[in-house]
Structures are given as structure tokens and as C-alpha cells.
Write a protein that binds this ligand. Sequence first.
Ligand code: HEC
Length: 258
Amino acid sequence: MASEEQKNIDYEKGTVSTVDLHDSVRRENPLMPGGEGSVGVVLLVIASLILILGGGQLFSTANGFSDSIYVNDNYQPAPRPSLGGGEEEGEQVAWIEDWMSDGKKVYNNCIACHQASGLGIPGQFPPLVGSEWVDGGTSRLGAIMLHGINGPFNVAGQTYNQLMPAWNNLSDEKIAQVVTYVRREFGSLPEGDDGVVTTEMIKAAREQFSDQTGPYTEAQLLAIPEGDKLPGSPVDLQTGGPLGAGGGDAPAEEGAEA
Ligand code: HEC
């Protein structure tokens, strides 16, 4: 009983229920001035304004949300690489440079004996630099390449007595490339000789020396006249086409489109 009485405090006249007391307070003093929810309306208006103005600002500065802002007007796509090789203007590499770099690759077969420098190994493998066989006509060189040499063999006043292997299992083109490389890189060529040996010339050499079986002796090679040249037309070092025949030596830029 005592606890029931403590809950109902007598403020002025008598016992007043706490529930009644709070009811009246709540009725006279609304929680928010101006009525419940009025702050929410203000916030809603402010938030809407921010969204509208902000959106407008973005729209005008970001080019109307167009993806064009990612596009650079000055962008130039790179030119497509040419599949034809060497025909495109500007990028053109002279034919002879390709021919020589292919010849240098084939020369890897010769390095063990004649060395990358072409100086050979004294007493064992003859030099190509300063060799009368390299500086001379292409017929002797073609014969040497296709069938090899069995020593004793004299080069620049020195005698070598080993075996120079035959290279007739290489294609005509590869033999032509390596002989061109050897002549232009290591030879001292006569005036007017550009050192180029073509596939056509090696093809002719295969026919010309087809009777040979086994490697040559020095005497056999000396029987081929020193200045003899393999048959074949000279080529335009720029284009690799035949020289002088039907405008073959016209500037490459002119004829490329036709
Ligand atoms: C296994 C070693 C060996 C290899 C590899 C070799 N040669 Fe020779 N070459 C010789 C020898 C040895 C001679 C000298 C002849 C002899 O003693 O039989 C010779 C001679 C020559 C000659 C004539 C003489 C001179 O010095 O000018 C030429 C040209 C030549 N070789 C070119 C080549 C080329 C090009 C290649 C690569 C495709 C090649 N040789 C690979 C060993 C080799």
C-alpha cells in the first residue's frame, strides 16, 4: 500500500497521478514550435534546391552529360602498320639493307671458322678480309659455296689444309645473301662492282657447276678464270628490281601506287 501512495505525489491539493500530469504538459507544449513536421518541410525544400541547382551546375559544366568530354578533338589515330612491307612511303628501307641483314644471319654458319670479323684464325681458317677469292669474280665464289674446298689451299700467301664444307643444302636465296654480305662487308671490290649476288646468279651457278662431285681442289678452282662473273642482271639497290629495264630505277615513291 505504501508504494502505491508514493507514486501519486500531492503537488498542491492532493494526490495527482503522474500520468495525468504528463498528459497535460504534452497537450499545452507541442514538441516543435509551429507544429509537428514543419522543420521537415524546410529541409525538403533546401535539399531539393541543392539537387536542382547542383544538377544544373553539373549539366552545364560537364557538357550536358555527353561522353564527348572524353574525346580529344585533336586526337589522330596512329597509321596502321603495313602488311605489304617496304612499300609504304616514308617507312621505306632500301632493299639492299634487308638483303645484307639477311646475309648477316646466314653468315652465322661461318663464324665458327672465319670469325665474325672475317679475319679467320691464323694457321687454321683463312680470312675473308684481304682474300683474293672474295675480291675476285663471283664464279669462283659460287663454286666454293656450292661444293666446298679440300686443302691444301692458299689464301693471301698462307696455306690452309682443312675442309671448307659445301653449302648446297642452303637455298639459292640464302647463298646469294651470304655471298653478298661477305663481298660487301669484307671484300675490297673493283670500281663499279656493288658486290651484290642475286638468287638468279646462284641458280645459274648450280647449273654451271652441277658436274662437280665432292669438294674442289685448289687446282680446279684456279681453272675458273679469275674475273669470271655469274650470269644475271644487276639490281636496283633501292628496290631490288632489275636495273634500267622498263623504268626499274624510277624513284620508288612514284611507282608505288600503280
Ligand atoms: C668448319 C669450318 C668452316 C666453316 C663453317 C666455313 N668455312 Fe669457309 N673455309 C674453311 C677453310 C678451312 C677454308 C680453306 C680451304 C681449306 O683449307 O680447305 C675455307 C675457305 C673459304 C673461302 C675461300 C678462301 C677465303 O678465305 O676467301 C671462302 C670464300 C669461304 N671459305 C667462305 C665461307 C662462308 C661464306 C661460310 C659460311 C656459309 C664458310 N666459309 C664456312 C672453313 C670453313
